[in-house]
Design a protein around this ligand. Sequence first.
Ligand code: BT5
Length: 239
Amino acid sequence: MFTIHHFESVTSTNDLLRKMDEAKEFTCVVADQQTAGRGRRDRTWHSAPGDGLYLSILLLPRSSARVPLISLMAAVSVAETLVERGLSGVDIKWPNDVLANERKICGILTEGASTGQSSRIILGIGVNLNHGVFPEDLNLTATSVKIETGREVVAAEFRDQLLERIAHWYQIWKRDPDLVVTRWEQLSSYARNRHVAISTGDALINGVTDGLTSDGALRVIDEKGDDRIILAGEVQRLR
Ligand code: BT5
């Protein structure tokens, strides 16, 4: 199903895939190293050579309905792969940071455009596999499969296991997207009854989480008891 293009070093797998004009759906760019790996809002994704999985997949869904759920279905796929690998304490922080024992092990950057009915989505996923140490600024917040399990991971094996999960969940997303929402809510301790502070850029909302909307937005009951729907923002747990 996937056509894999493997590179030793790239700037960013998302950027390289975006330039591949003729690429077909399920084209997958993988690199051993990124020199300019990106997070959201131009943040940096630490992409140490050989230690992580850095990959981007082209998805061309025929409908643009419920496209925001694609990032969430990717987080579900990564979380399930990590659980299959024997990690404990796997969690998803809304919208799509995958955590192990409260430290970030995977980040997801979905980019693309919807034109009329169809969409061109670049799904970028970075997973920390064999990192032993992180740069100082990430030391307390990041982890890797090796740190969590004590075992080295063969990146190509992890990649294939993850791609199998993504293929599975992408089909489910097309057929019955509500199942993605349900599965995300099962895997995430942030889904319900979690006291959080959310910064949305122009506001700071304190409240308690109350599940997801059908499009994957986070429902929060704020301090005044009002229902809020968060489309984008940074979530911090309060207790
Ligand atoms: C993300 O952004 O978490 C999305 C990261 C996506 C990376 C993949 S790798 C393949 C593809 N090609 C790319 O260029 N990108 C994608 P965000 O939610 O904005 O989080 C970024 C923040 O996570 C940074 O500001 C750091 O605090 C932290 N961080 C950076 N590198 C990390 C790492 N390797 N492990 C854990 N945390 C990290």
